[in-house]
Design a protein around this ligand. Sequence first.
Ligand code: SIN
Ligand code: CO
Length: 414
Amino acid sequence: MPKRPLHATPASHVEASSQPARTGAPLPDEVTPLLGNRTPRQFMRRYWQKKPLLIRQAIPELAAPLTRDELFELADLDNVESRLITHFRNTWNLEHGPFAPDELPSIKKREWTLLVQGVNLHDERAHALINRFRFIPDARLDDLMISYATDGGGVGPHFDSYDVFLLQVKGKRRWRFGAQRDLSLKPGLPLKVLQNFEPEEDCVLEPGDMLYLPPHIAHDGIAEGECMTCSIGFRAPSAHELTAQFLYHLAEQAGDAPNARGNARYRDPEQPPVDRPAALPALLLERVGAILASIDWNEKDIAKFLGSYLSEPKSNVVFDPPERALNQQKFVERVKKTGLTLDRKTILLYDAKSYFVNGEAEKLSASAKKWLPEFADTRRLEAKRFLTLTADSAMTSLLHEWYRAGWIQTDPSA
Ligand code: SIN
Ligand code: CO
């Protein structure tokens, strides 16, 4: 379903650590059923961004992370993005949520689909599922979407602009797919449906089976009976998006700096009077040309932009700060017993010089280097490990701030 915004890989000049981090994902050279008894390295080399891969029993004995009713409950929330796609009487229709349970069609009615985006942000089981894919950089991760469909339901033949793992979690879905050149769309529809769909492959996925599709592969998944599919999506930004966002970032940075060049205003004390007032003055063109020509940037600006942009939570994400926050001392006492977990909604990235948390860029100090990259990779700081670091008051006060913002949790199941 073509909806996710696109973006890119981060600045990745990160020092290699001696110990691989425990991330929930297979290690680069570990053979795993998740990838059809291949290693992540083999998968990335042969398939990632290159060609589709069908994996039978990628996760054997997999149970759906959410029940149908739990998914419907999520679709009823204001800060959860959901869509309802129906294909009744051969007509495509799209509605955006939230949906109260009685606003959804009856589960006895054929050919409708409910898509719920960002389930990993709200549910620990979905979050654990997405963690299995952390052999791919976090900066590429978009979210885990769950689709529920009644018999015959689907979103029509289409293509997406991102990489996706389509994991069947309940019931059966028939997937047809292929790399076709003609990606023209049917005009006048509320969703993107291919005009001429010519699939090369045809398969039925059962719970635990998974299909990887790189961007722009035409595909169509039709439910055979009631079914649920998880789609773990990875964003790939267009050059247009990156350019627009980078220039916006540069302009903001320049505007933020007091007395900076970016704050200079256009001036025209030499402007002569005109008798053709609608004509663009040559002086304007020349002066603005000079302002634009003075824009410059270096690798640091690019890294800062990428880290901030890619760690920015989506606009509908709301953090839940603790209702009665502990003071710093009590917080430290608690964490000595419980350890810390990054909140599911927190995005924490780093490079050799900086870290980026929920859209904010900060310098990675020598003391933060000792714990922050490890915390970002594993998303967990064990109580024992925390205990060894508590003498670092900069760390404890920073973590206390994050705790009060709801960015980290002392209770891992929160
Ligand atoms: C997709 O094709 O991108 C997913 C649609 C679905 O799960 O129904
Ligand atoms: Co799709």
